[in-house]
Design a protein around this ligand. Structure first.
Ligand SMILES: NC(=O)C1=CN([C@@H]2O[C@H](COP(=O)(O)OP(=O)(O)OC[C@H]3O[C@@H](n4cnc5c(N)ncnc54)[C@H](O)[C@@H]3O)[C@@H](O)[C@H]2O)C=CC1
Ligand SMILES: CC(C)CC(=O)C(=O)O
Ligand SMILES: [Mg+2]
Length: 359
């Protein structure tokens, strides 16, 4: 029986970039992938249609699917809403409901784009970093949280950073396993000098390393230093494992080594379910203009073909097609360089499709 892939376009550029990724999924179907595509609602679009950013139907659809492809959620239109029903809550909700605790965010610099980075070419050339971000716990989920009236004209806003030993151990294990397939180095990033929750993080990562992964080189770094080192000398990193919020921030920073946040795909994995998504948001500043870079989402489809659909040859084909369009000099606005040809979102998607069909 054909496997289902659920597509959740979401909001803003989410709609535009998933349309291009769907072209690639249809190409995969024509080339032997035994999948059927289904569409669902999430985020602000879901809120407008149903009154909630994460309808129960979406969770049912996701649990019945082999993999989910998500565009992005959020936007200025929904910012007056209470945080408990904001589009972003839909994304956090689906990650929790599917127990997607491991977010793999590869930041690899394409040689064709080494000049597109705001950093010097010699600093970024050849960079290939894997950020392994804990995704279903930490400060985005911890209780208590909220805003309380202090009764004297002041209010108190608070969130809680919580990690348990099992949550830390399972993400650290993913990082060590990833490192063994790469250059065998893990840097665990925390703030163990001031946060007890990440003091525990460091202890659990170190214990697991000693017990089961002593062959992997492990280092620890405080997050403030890590942010600086990523820009100063990114080559020192291979696998970075870190908490939900630190990974969110560090991967956006790492994306600029590659030229643009529009280049970074991701896989959000649990033990049962998987969701694939670009690392960026709904980009309200460019939504509807047809200029967003769809390559992060198309590369997320490649990750889906590799990890969930077990079609590595098709995944290789998609990654090669991205290289072809970059070799052809095609660039969306965010990665535009002198002498190259500027294209819009749909033109870039069509060019990837043409490269796939001509390969
Ligand atoms: N995974 C998700 O759905 C995420 C959603 N968000 C939500 O998205 C909304 C906007 O958030 P921002 O902080 O502006 O972050 P953002 O990632 O949407 O945009 C940041 C900057 O990067 C640019 N950008 C992002 N993706 C691009 C692409 N594919 N091509 C070219 N340029 C691109 C945008 O134009 C903007 O200038 C908010 O509502 C936020 O909560 C933010 C991050 C992740
Ligand atoms: C929008 C948030 C829920 C998360 C985020 O920024 C991300 O996962 O990159
Ligand atoms: Mg983010």
């Amino acid at each position: 029986m054909a496997k289902k892939v659920l597509v959740l376009p979401g909001d803003g550029i989410g709609q535009e970039i998933t349309a291009e990724a769907v072209k690639v999924l249809n190409w995969a179907i024509q080339n032997g992938a035994d999948i059927t595509l289904e569409e669902g609602l999430i985020g602000g679009t879901a809120y407008d249609a149903t009154g909630t950013p994460l309808p129960a139907e979406t969770i049912t659809q996701a649990k019945a699917a082999q993999a989910v492809l998500l565009g992005a959620v959020g936007g200025t239109k929904w910012e007056p809403l209470d945080i408990s029903v904001r589009p972003e809550k839909g994304l956090l909700g689906i990650r929790k409901a599917l127990d997607l605790y491991c977010n793999l965010r590869p930041a690899a610099v394409y040689p064709q784009l080494a000049d597109a980075s705001t950093l010097k070419k010699e600093v970024v050339a050849g960079i290939d970093i894997m950020v392994v971000r804990e995704l279903s716990s930490g400060i985005y989920f911890g209780q208590p949280r909220g805003v309380e009236d202090l009764g004297d004209g002041r209010k108190k806003g608070f969130n809680t950073l919580v990690y348990t030993t099992d949550e830390i151990e399972r993400i650290a294990r993913k990082a060590f396993e990833a490192a063994r397939k790469r250059s065998n180095r893990v840097c665990s990033v925390d703030k163990a000098n001031v946060l007890e929750s990440t003091e525990l993080w460091r202890e659990v990562v170190s214990d697991l390393h000693k017990r089961e992964y002593a062959d992997v080189e492990l280092s620890h770094m405080y997050v403030d230093n890590a942010a600086m080192q990523l820009i100063r000398n990114p080559r020192q990193f291979d696998v970075i494992v870190t908490t939900n919020m630190f990974g969110d921030i560090l991967s956006d920073a790492a994306s600029m080594l590659t030229g643009s946040i529009g280049m970074l795909p991701s896989a959000s994995l649990g033990d049962q379910f998987a969701l694939y998504e670009p690392i960026h948001g709904s980009a309200p500043d460019i939504a509807g203009k047809g200029i967003a870079n769809p390559l992060a989402t198309i590369l997320s489809v490649a990750m889906m073909l590799r990890y969930s659909l077990e079609l590595p040859q098709l995944a290789d084909g998609v990654e090669a097609a991205v290289v072809t369009v970059l070799d052809q000099g095609l660039r969306t606005a965010d990665i535009m360089q002198p002498g190259m040809t500027q294209v819009g979102t749909a033109q870039m998607g069509d060019a990837v499709l043409a490269a796939l069909n001509n390969a």
